[in-house]
Design a protein around this ligand. Structure first.
Ligand code: G3H
Ligand code: ZN
Length: 288
């Protein structure tokens, strides 16, 4: 069974390491992420965006798939199933469907509305033993073909949202979703310091856009107080690269190489390796 992410991120914050939060897109993805976590003996967060959950067949299917795989694969490390960047309606639906962790992303709402909805959801999640992540300020990324250089959250707004009783807080420190643009100036550790000065040393912070940030920079963020790191794009890139290699080498035309169980195997193996690599960079190997 999946568990709340609360204990794992609190232990990570205290222990100075980070928990990997990996987005899933299909059955193979889910299996590869679970296998990587088990082999690394690490607690992890398996997360679905609203779109990926819809693509896979809905929230209930994701809950059943992850719980059934934990069982059938003999997974013994702690696994949380988390809604990634959920709106208010999705947060409510995932609480009902059986997710063990929720991100309510109210960053596009007027701040007072983000605050009120975060406060309400924090109480609901607390009553049900589900962990809650909230977001302050938007995390940049590609929009209409234009990639921003990364936004920064307001430390006072972070404090106000933290005081709603959330378990984890996502705040922009110059991080961006997707591939980082040429000339990206790097994470703003001065902003991270200012946020920690306001919210205190105990609150686990979340780094979105974890793909493509230099390892040493992620490790510095973890040292300062980031306890959950989201990774999606890098898994997609290695999966695509390995699948391309297989097809370009003509292996789909050898025997029954077109069988999806063979065709998807190199991408699957690459995702397992990437999950283990990231867990190692975050310092959570053997922290299960
Ligand atoms: O919420 C998901 C993430 O922040 C993933 O970002 O695709 O840049 O790794 P990424
Ligand atoms: Zn994100």
């Amino acid at each position: 069974m999946t568990v709340s992410a609360r204990d794992m991120v609190i232990a990570a914050r205290k222990g100075g390491y980070g928990i990997g939060a990996f987005n899933i897109n299909n059955l193979e993805w889910t299996q590869s992420v679970l296998k990587g976590a088990q082999e690394a003996n690490a607690p992890i967060i398996v997360q679905t965006s609203m779109g990926a959950a819809k693509y896979m067949g809905g929230y209930k299917l994701c809950v059943d798939m992850v719980n059934d795989l934990i069982d059938s694969m003999g997974i013994t490390v702690p696994i949380a199933l988390h809604l990634d960047h959920g709106n208010y309606e999705a947060a409510k639906a995932c609480i009902e469907a059986g997710y063990s962790s929720i991100m309510f992303d109210g960053s596009a709402l007027p701040f007072e509305e983000n605050l009120a909805k975060t406060r309400e959801l924090a109480q609901i999640c607390k009553d049900k033993g589900i962990s809650l992540e909230a977001e302050v300020g938007a995390i940049g990324g590609e929009e209409d073909g234009i990639v921003g250089m990364g936004e920064c959250a307001d430390p006072d707004e972070c404090k106000a949202i933290a005081d709603c009783g959330v378990d984890m807080l996502a705040c922009g420190i110059g991080n961006i979703h997707g591939v980082y643009p040429e000339g990206w100036p790097g994470l703003r550790f001065d902003v991270l310091d200012a946020i920690i000065a306001k919210v205190g040393d105990d609150l686990p912070l979340v780094l979105h856009g974890g793909s493509g940030i230099p390892d040493a920079m992620v490790q510095e963020a973890v040292r300062k107080g980031v306890s959950k790191i989201n990774v999606n794009t890098e898994l997609q890139l290695v999966f695509a690269a390995k699948t391309r290699e297989y097809i370009e080498a003509g292996k789909d035309k050898e025997g029954k190489g077109f069988d999806p169980r063979k065709l998807l195997a190199p991408g699957f193996a690459a995702c397992v390796d990437m999950v283990k690599y990231k867990i190692d960079v975050f310092g959570s190997t053997n922290k299960a």
